[in-house]
Design a protein around this ligand. Structure first.
Ligand code: C2E
Ligand code: MG
Ligand code: MG
Ligand code: MG
Length: 281
């Protein structure tokens, strides 16, 4: 009986692997069409001044308007986009679209309240020749000042890659006046010490640390004070609980994002939020 059961289990496992492979191939092919047909859209999540409750910027987050699955979030396709290289043309569209949108916001909103936009970039995009030039050109033809653009690069991806070249490009971008953020900080193995002397302006503390904050505040507290001593700005990610916000304010963490303030919004909802939200939080 045991032998037969083992065999069945093995067959089930093989069928499962096969199904997964087919699903991945289908996803890759559909994603290819999405890129050529421009089936993406961006949502924007406010980055909030924790003490004042006002949005200072918005993070652009890509969505895929899938023909039969509706609007889907990156956890369902970003990995395949990375592996296939489709992240490169997709990322180019994201950058252009985010800059077009922020230029519109800045046209409409009073200049003292003009937000910046923060765009996630993949290491794959840096590996393509001409990424820095692409950013420069996009800023130029959208008329967005470099200060209104922040680029987010995840810690784990950065550590894995050809570091020297990427740091050199980041340095050039930063000299142009663009701000650089390390995303999901704490999930990789880099320390803040490693970030010393690097061309970085902002550290985004990963949500997992914010979730654990009441039980173990020391870690977040340590990151916040070290980052500050290095002259870096801190953004706490994934804040859902007002108690977490209060604790972060007491720790001196200046900025945060999370469902407590707002989930990612459509581009026109952002304008409504900007004019009405300061009192809501
Ligand atoms: P991320 O850059 O760390 O973005 C934060 C993610 O956390 C977003 O998920 C956001 O919707 C979600 N989030 C924000 N606040 C909360 C909260 O309070 N609670 C919870 N549970 N979640 C919250 P999303 O939009 O699904 O994006 C997932 C990841 O996909 C992003 O993580 C980023 O790494 C990647 N991504 C998104 N857009 C792009 C893009 O245009 N290019 C690249 N290369 N990657 C992107
Ligand atoms: Mg991000
Ligand atoms: Mg993050
Ligand atoms: Mg993330």
């Amino acid at each position: 009986v045991a032998k037969g059961a083992g065999k069945n289990q093995w067959r089930r496992y093989q069928r499962h692997l096969h199904d997964e492979m087919v699903e991945r191939l289908e996803l890759r092919s559909a994603l290819g069409h999405a890129v050529s047909e421009g089936r993406f859209l961006l949502h924007y999540q406010p980055i909030v001044d924790l003490a004042g409750g006002v949005a200072v910027g918005f993070e652009a987050l890509v969505r895929w308007a899938h023909p039969n699955r509706g609007v889907i979030t990156p956890d369902q396709f970003i990995e395949v986009a990375e592996e296939s290289g489709l992240i490169v043309p997709m990322g180019r569209w994201v950058l252009e679209e985010a800059l077009r949108t922020v230029s519109e916001w800045r046209r409409v909103l009073p200049s003292g309240h003009a937000p910046y936009v923060s765009v996630n970039v993949s290491v794959r995009q840096f590996r393509e020749a001409g990424f820095v030039e692409q950013v420069r050109a996009a800023l130029q033809h959208t008329g967005v000042p470099p200060r209104a653009l922040m680029l987010e690069i995840t810690e784990t991806l950065l550590m894995k890659d050809d570091e020297q070249r990427i740091w050199a490009d980041l340095n050039t971008l930063r000299e142009m006046g663009i701000r650089i953020a390390i995303d999901d900080f704490g999930t990789g193995y880099s320390s803040l010490g490693y970030l010393r002397q690097r061309p970085i302006d902002v550290v985004k503390i990963d949500k997992t640390f914010i979730d654990d904050m009441v039980a173990s505040p020391q870690l977040v507290d340590g990151i916040v004070s070290l980052a500050r001593s290095l002259g870096l700005t801190v953004v706490a990610e994934g804040i859902e609980d007002p108690a977490h916000r209060d604790l972060l304010v007491r720790m001196g963490c200046p900025l945060g994002q999370g469902f407590l303030f707002s989930s990612p919004l459509g581009p026109t909802e952002v304008l409504a939020w900007m004019t009405g939200a300061a009192v809501a939080v």
